[in-house]
Design a protein around this ligand. Sequence first.
Ligand SMILES: Cc1ncc(COP(=O)(O)O)c(C=O)c1O
Length: 384
Amino acid sequence: MSTKFPGFATRAIHTGQEPEPATGAVNVPIYLSSTYVQEEIGKHKGYEYSRVSNPTRDRLETNLAALEGGIASRVFASGMAAINAVATLLKAGDHVIAGHNLYGGTPRLFNQVLSNFGLTFTYVDTSDLNAVEKSFQPNTRLVFVETPTNPLMELCDLRAISDLSHRHGAEVVVDNTFMSPYFQRPIELGADMVLHSTTKFLNGHSDGLGGVVVCTKPEQVEKLAFLQKAAGAILSPFECWLILRGVKTLAVRMLQHDSNGRKVADYLAKHKKVQKTFYPGLPDHPQHELAKRQMTGFGAMISFETGSLSNANKMLRKVRVCSLGESLGGVETLISHPATMTHAALGEEGRRKIGITDGLVRISVGIEDVQDILDDLDQALAAI
Ligand SMILES: Cc1ncc(COP(=O)(O)O)c(C=O)c1O
């Protein structure tokens, strides 16, 4: 990793974000060029064609690797493209152990696309180490986890899962989208690769899709770079720039997300119409101690049980400060209904198996004035 800055916020603002040498511009330029002039055959300044590499993209890849503590990163057109790229490192006959409660799009990709190419998947509660241990097969190559999970906020012990997986000869990939590297750095706990939907907290402004895979080994970097070139699901220079800009405020945004998140979770946990609140920062969360050990904050993602689809809809119709919609991690508070949105693809049976009910509501607490968010939830919950 090439950074000289020990401080996270300094790295976010400066690593890969050095002033542009030709003009001194403090912001990385958006290099909108598909191709690059060459002096003679094979003689150029390191860039040939933007599917292969692009200066704005290079800067972002350097920055994000430094934030997660990896040796390099590769960015893709969306979080799903990043997940697909990681899966493409495998070959037919390989087996993957995956968390049973991932973002719904991930099992959709695994079950409806990648299983057609000879990969097999076992879904398991990754908060239960024994269950993970029992799922290994001789051909298990990858263990794919989210922690906290989406939307039930279950944690897994990253150090223990990494040790276990390495003993079985498998690599661990962590989707760290929910916490961002500000609050959780899986590579420091033994993970082999970390990925994000940069669409969420890293960008932070709900204005562009993207995905990143942060690597710990040169062969991962080489293979993913080859995939960018060969398969082409790269991130555009403009979207790279949006993330470079967004990430400069990641540290302050995450602090505010976390502060607001804790207050909203406390409020929901005490509300008489809310049957259950899922948030790792609450002392009654089954893995609260692990959360304190593994993460440096609890973040802004909360789910809560309203009791029924009709109750969920009654309240969701009323929100005014919170925006009802898919996605998370933006400066604005986003509220969603997993059963019909992010986890619709699992089907009723799939959701029932892991405990996603029709009354479950998920909130990504933004950085507005927290009292305005609380007042909004108050008037919306009154409709139940
Ligand atoms: C945890 C998580 N991982 C991956 C994704 C997929 O990312 P994208 O929508 O950028 O493709 C999402 C999207 O919501 C997500 O929440």
